[in-house]
Ligand binder design. Structure first.
Ligand SMILES: Cc1ncc(COP(=O)(O)O)c(C=O)c1O
Length: 398
């Protein structure tokens, strides 16, 4: 079966956040939308067929997550990541961000401290602050255009109110795949200090060779016991509109407490189409994901080559995972407002403002390359034209 990722599908007027909220976000409904982490590819046949089969039954009453779905999750994690889990360790959530919020409520108290490593996916911040917990920043180290974790900084930030750490693995927005030794050291610090690791691994399937995703909890039984892993088919198969995700919680005490809070707010039943799609994706999605990774890698190479050759003022951070690419735009010499104006008004691109990901993201923009190569080329040409004009004007001015 061949999949056509070059196909361009009109997504306008489908209540698509990425397309139909451009005016609200950018005050411009014509920008090429390359912001939200949502891909433009057609949902694969094996998922659509499973959804149609379920729809054809024509009764959509209360439902629950079937064992076959949890078995499909376990099968996928073993095949794709070499991680052997028990289906009974799985807990449902209507999304990873809801899971982060529920975990904060379940395992910390107001005034407790939770560590994050910015620049990082910004709902990490709100999941902490919205509940009166204290966000402690342990920023990544940025050196020679690449990022690493500050493990000695981490130790110095811990005190007896520190109860949880949000890990983003692979890391959004920098595209880092964390190596085993780094995860081991991080987990060891957390174990020694009774800090629960919440490992957001939503991008685990989107890793480019030779890099390899290591599930934090797969490192040792002791680490598994102290780690709650949040995963979902929503990035890999672009199913965010189905509100389905899951947690892997090997520790029975932590699992019981999570399921209790899920039950209290009565969202544990989920959405029948989410379960059907997730099971189909994890049973039949290997080939599609392999092809997707090949296509996305081509897109990322295109961006790298194009920007390196034509817009040397922007530096593309090496992407090891995800279809999100982090652009260091300091070389354009613009302030925060100027950079956003440049991307939106001059280049006609709707990217993610780097500052959203924390102060460390100032001067950066994140671009979503999960689109057809034709659109990506268009975007690059628009960026080149805008940059050439801007740089020429500035030279004349100087
Ligand atoms: C690291 C990370 N976690 C969570 C999410 C969103 O998860 P959900 O839509 O399941 O809440 C995203 C989406 O971009 C993400 O990048």
């Amino acid at each position: 079966m061949d999949y056509n990722f070059d196909e361009i599908i009109d997504r306008k007027n489908t209540s698509s956040v990425k397309y139909d909220m451009r005016n609200e976000i950018f005050k411009n409904r014509d920008v090429i939308p390359m912001w939200l982490a949502d891909m433009d590819f057609r949902t694969p046949d094996f998922i659509m067929d499973a959804l149609r089969r379920r729809l054809d039954h024509e009764i959509l009453g209360y439902s629950y997550i079937p064992d076959t779905c949890n078995e499909a999750v376990a099968g996928w994690l073993l095949r794709r990541h070499g991680w052997k889990i028990q289906p009974s360790w799985i807990g449902f959530s209507p999304g990873v961000v809801p899971a982060l919020n529920l975990l904060v409520l379940a395992f910390t108290n107001p005034g407790d401290k939770i560590i994050v490593q910015p620049p990082v996916y910004f709902p990490f911040f709100s999941s902490i602050r919205n509940h009166g917990r204290i966000q402690v920043n342990n920023p990544l180290i940025y050196e020679d255009h690449s990022y690493s974790m500050d493990l000695s900084g981490l130790k110095s930030k811990i005190d007896d109110r520190t109860k949880m750490l949000f890990l983003c693995s692979p890391h959004n927005p920098t595209g880092n795949v964390w190596p085993r030794d780094v995860l081991e050291k991080l987990a060891d610090i957390c174990l020694k200090n009774n800090i629960i690791i919440v490992s957001d691994e939503i991008h685990a399937d989107l890793v480019y060779e030779p890099f390899k995703h290591i599930p934090t909890a797969s490192i040792s039984d002791e680490i598994a016991n102290n780690t709650i892993t949040c995963m979902s088919p929503s990035k890999t198969f672009n199913l965010a509109g189905l509100s389905v995700s899951y947690l892997v919680i090997p520790n029975p005490g932590l699992r019981r407490r999570y399921l209790e809070i899920l039950d209290h707010i009565h969202v544990g039943a989920g959405n029948i189409f989410g379960f059907v799609a997730m099971e189909a994706a994890y049973k039949s999605g290997d080939l599609w994901v392999n092809r997707l990774l090949h296509y996305l890698k081509g897109n990322i190479m295109l961006i790298n080559d194009f920007i390196h050759k034509h817009i040397p003022e922007i530096h593309v951070i090496h992407t090891q995972a995800t279809y999100l690419v982090w652009l260091d735009c300091h070389g354009l010499g613009l302030d925060h407002k100027g950079l956003n104006e440049f991307m939106i008004r001059k280049a006609g691109l709707g990217l993610s403002d780097g500052l959203l990901f924390g102060e460390e993201g100032r001067g950066f923009q994140r671009i979503n390359t999960g689109c057809s190569r034709y659109i990506l080329n268009e975007a690059m040409l628009k960026l080149e034209r805008a940059a050439a004009k801007f740089i020429n004007n500035n030279r004349t001015f100087l």
